[in-house]
Design a protein around this ligand. Structure first.
Ligand SMILES: [Zn+2]
Length: 373
């Protein structure tokens, strides 16, 4: 089953055993707007064949690469064995110590989460100014430079769909009081008008909360010109140009539900343009970042064929149950196993047998992280 749609209109595909297992129920569901006086066509394909899933994977690959680009990964990402995960509470002045510890274990890629102003209490935030408590922007830039001097790589964390709606009026950005931030950072906190303009619009026009009661997050529209520019600016102008990072990880890009957006003044002409919006964001960001740093790479959560035109590394979470199928279909996409933290030791041989690179966490002595330099 597949749908032939280079526009990437949001479509669900379902295959389930029929009652009594005497057949299968097949379903396609597309989110598209059909305005009065217009019609829309969808091209679905169904292959009936002998043998197993390899036949379908071969046909899908032929169609995909009839119009998608192959990944263009920097050499270091192509050969890395995976990354070592750093999350929150890692002072920027201690990144080089972390890298020394990593290199002792054979790793040279630090996947750094929790470095942003509103993320130091766990892993994830959406205001990407390097946290003052960890060393601020200059500390982050110097920490990355120190890691580079050791032959290592560092990428930072962002999210494809979230913004803290009330950050403009809150006294703090989670654990960071606004009084700790310079005016240059405060000027980057978007006003409510920006949120209203570029947030996801549900069918009744309302906003969509996401951990809204605890974190105050809301879903933005990745297909909107404004939110796409927000991410592009942080990735290119700050992380690539100013901080010297080797890339960014964009959380949830290939792992969250594609949500319809009914505000057609966002720059998208259909309600099902979520996925295409993310692809365009990746294209703009990686193209411009590569002009600054040819070794820049973007990784995403989940795996995605169209996303993989521009994303270098795909982090598999629990949502990807058959990595061997994806790997066979797109052998030049690099998959990272994200199962090691929760699944324990059994996950390691499984990851190797599936030819996955690894996301690991090292047990780093507290004193090593606290000693600057
Ligand atoms: Zn929209």
């Amino acid at each position: 089953m597949m749908i032939a749609d280079p526009k990437l209109t949001t479509t669900e595909i379902e295959c389930a055993p029929a009652p009594a297992r005497r057949g299968v129920n097949l379903a396609f569901r597309t989110l598209t707007a059909v305005v009065p006086g217009k019609s829309r066509e969808r091209e679905y394909r169904l292959g009936i064949h002998e043998g197993d899933w390899h036949w379908g994977a071969d046909r899908y690959r032929e169609w995909a690469y009839s119009w998608m680009k192959h990944p263009d990964d920097p050499e270091w990402a192509r050969w890395c064995d995976g990354w070592c995960h750093g999350s929150g509470d890692l002072p920027f002045g201690s990144m080089s110590n972390m890298m020394r510890r990593m290199k002792d274990e054979g790793w040279e890629y630090l996947q750094y989460w929790g470095h942003m102003t509103d993320g130091i209490d766990q892993c994830c935030g959406n205001f990407y100014w390097p946290a003052p408590a960890l060393g601020g922007p200059e500390g982050f830039r110097q920490g990355i430079a120190d890691v580079h001097a050791l032959g290592g790589r560092v990428t930072g964390y962002m999210n494809c769909q979230t913004w803290t709606r009330d950050s403009y009026k809150n006294d703090s950005l989670r654990r960071t009081p606004k009084s700790d931030l310079p005016q240059a950072a405060l000027d980057l906190i978007h006003p409510p008008e920006w949120f209203e303009q570029w947030r996801l619009h549900q069918i009744d026009g309302s906003a969509l909360g996401y951990y809204a009661s605890t974190l105050g997050w809301y879903i933005m529209c990745p297909a909107s010109e404004g939110f796409r520019e927000h991410l592009r600016w942080w990735i290119v102008e700050k992380y690539a140009k100013e901080y010297g990072a080797d890339g960014v990880y964009i959380d949830q890009t290939g792992a969250t539900a594609a949500k319809p957006c009914y505000n057609l003044e966002h720059g998208h002409d259909d309600i099902g343009d979520w996925g295409a919006g993310n692809v365009e964001m990746l294209r703009q960001a990686v193209t411009q970042a590569r002009a600054v740093n040819p070794d820049f790479t973007i990784s995403v959560e989940g795996s995605g064929d169209a996303l993989g035109q521009y994303a270098g590394l795909h982090l598999l979470s629990g949502l990807c149950t058959h990595p061997e199928v994806y790997h066979y279909t797109f052998p030049d996409h690099i998959l990272i196993s994200g199962q090691l933290r929760c699944a324990g030791a059994r996950a390691v041989p499984a990851a190797f047998s599936d030819h996955l690179a690894l996301s690991v966490e090292l047990d780093v002595p507290e004193e090593a992280l606290r000693t600057a330099g």
